[in-house]
Design a protein around this ligand. Structure first.
Ligand SMILES: [Zn+2]
Length: 160
């Protein structure tokens, strides 16, 4: 974020963004930005500068932002403003995440962001250590399919 926003402006931001964010699909799904866009990202003009709508949506939700990092989507939907689909990371990470998702993870996209990375790593380790998928399935309360996906490293939790 090139032009930092005063945290005291967050309530104002929320009021500004809200009418343009379509939340009709519910908390788990994407919330598309319905205002202006640059063809890829939603755009918002605020106090003399242009911002990505997803960047401001992230800030409005978390109340703070790390200036040195980008705000990225874990849903690949660049106009999405659902804070649950947004995280901070670097450019390299962004490209890597997209590459990984493009290898066929679309069907499981809705699971992104739901599980802590420690849990994913632990389940994966135990699977490869020879524990039965049935036991892992009941212990972690997950579908067998998801255990396999994690074990094969085709899906990662949000925030890594
Ligand atoms: Zn989304």
């Amino acid at each position: 974020m090139k032009h930092p926003i005063d945290p005291r402006d967050v309530p104002l931001l929320q009021a500004l963004l809200d009418p343009f964010i379509d939340k009709s699909r519910g908390p788990k799904n994407c919330w598309p930005w319905t205002g202006a866009s640059n063809g890829r990202y939603g755009t918002v003009y605020f106090k003399g500068h242009n911002y990505g709508s997803h960047v401001l949506a992230y800030l409005a939700d978390r109340k703070k932002i790390r200036q040195e990092l980008l705000v990225l989507h874990n849903c690949d939907n660049s106009i999405c403003c659902n804070p649950a689909h947004l995280f901070q990371g670097t450019h390299g990470r962004n490209a890597k995440d997209r590459e990984r998702r493009n290898r066929g993870c679309y069907g499981t996209r809705n699971h992104l962001g739901k599980y802590p990375i420690q849990m994913v790593e632990e389940a994966r380790r135990r699977y490869w250590a020879g524990e039965s998928p049935t036991a892992l399935t009941s212990e972690y309360k997950l579908s067998r399919n998801l255990i396999y996906l994690w074990a094969s490293n085709r899906i990662r939790a949000h925030g890594i």
